[in-house]
Design a protein around this ligand. Structure first.
Ligand code: CP
Length: 317
């Protein structure tokens, strides 16, 4: 084992907590570089360095939970950078015979895989296994309710593109905060970058005060929506609830969601975000998703650019 903690933190991307302002901005700057190129696809290969380590790299997607955006945007990002992409399917893999995640990744490393992009329901397992890998970088694509760092980075990229800065902004994050790894990653990043977080939603879905960073506080939904620069709505993650709330669709939009009434409370310059997938007319009025105040599909587009920067960081380190 030769990795030091500092080299590990550069190679793997396990979470946002602990990343410095400089590290965050370095990724965002590079993500903006790729976003500019992606907007003009004819220019793409002119800008791709011939010596890019990504050109001969092998990237493996291992998703133990469902995904559309994260998995496919990593695949698009890797292919744009000239990488070879493997897609691991847990249900047809030897994990069905009892092989552990560590042994699976060790096997892929022995085959020459450079990066493992892992989504897993266990919020601790990536931290446990990552220090055991020197030749392969692990990227957290969402681990339980712990963190979703790559979603956070594309959110930050989108916010900075829209407002020109992040420091001093008020970001409302509304919904099922307790089960949201996106909320946690954004709380850590926005604390580091000097933005305020206004959490809101059903009381049973909020964090304990002891879990909040210094920049975060809990307010009513109306206060969050009316005072924020960014209104980020979250899906209620029924799949993570021990007891399911089948009554959610009835009245949730009016009580806790971004209804048309609440949309009218937003400041004129404020923008709507959502990590998606969203449930139209549950946490957000369906007509707002593609409206001119929504950045939701800009977030999706930035997902490719951000993940190109994240893959470069993983392979270069
Ligand atoms: N935002 C997000 O993580 O979407 P997927 O679950 O589709 O990857």
């Amino acid at each position: 084992m030769t990795s030091t903690l500092s080299s590990l933190s550069k190679k793997h991307l396990l979470g946002i907590k602990g990343l410095s302002k400089d590290e965050l901005f370095a990724i965002l700057d590079r993500a903006d570089h790729w976003a500019r190129i992606n907007e003009n696809p004819n220019e793409e290969y002119k800008f791709l360095p011939v010596s890019s380590p990504l050109k001969s790299s092998v990237i493996c997607n291992l998703f133990f939970e469902p995904s559309t955006r994260t998995r496919f945007s990593f695949e698009v990002a890797a292919k744009k950078l000239g990488s070879h992409v493997l897609n691991f399917n847990p249900s047809s893999s030897s994990t069905q015979k009892g092989e552990t995640l560590y042994d699976t990744i060790k096997t892929l490393e022995a085959m020459g895989t450079n990066v493992a992009i892992i989504r897993h329901p266990d919020g601790h397992i990536l931290q446990e296994i990552a220090p055991k890998f020197d030749d392969l970088a692990i990227i957290n694509a969402g681990d339980g309710t712990h963190e979703h760092p790559t979603q956070c980075l594309l959110d930050l990229q989108t916010i900075r593109q829209e407002f020109g800065h992040i420091e001093g902004l008020k970001v409302a994050i509304i919904g099922d905060i307790e089960h949201s790894r996106v909320a946690r990653s954004n709380m850590y990043a926005l604390d580091t970058l000097g933005a305020e977080v206004l959490f809101s939603g059903p009381e049973r879905f909020l964090l304990n005060k002891s879990e909040l960073t210094a920049n975060a506080r809990i307010v009513s939904v109306d206060e969050a929506v009316s005072s924020a620069d960014v209104v980020m709505m979250l899906r209620v993650q029924l799949e993570r609830h021990a007891s399911r709330y089948h009554d959610l669709a009835n009245g949730y939009l009016e009580e806790y969601g971004l209804s048309k009434r609440r949309f009218d409370l937003m400041q004129p310059h404020a923008k709507i975000m959502h990590p998606a997938p969203f449930n139209r007319d549950v946490e957000i009025d369906g007509s707002l998703v593609e409206g001119n105040r929504s950045l939701i599909y800009k977030q999706v587009a930035n997902g490719v650019a951000s993940r190109m920067a994240i893959l470069e960081r993983a392979v270069k380190s």
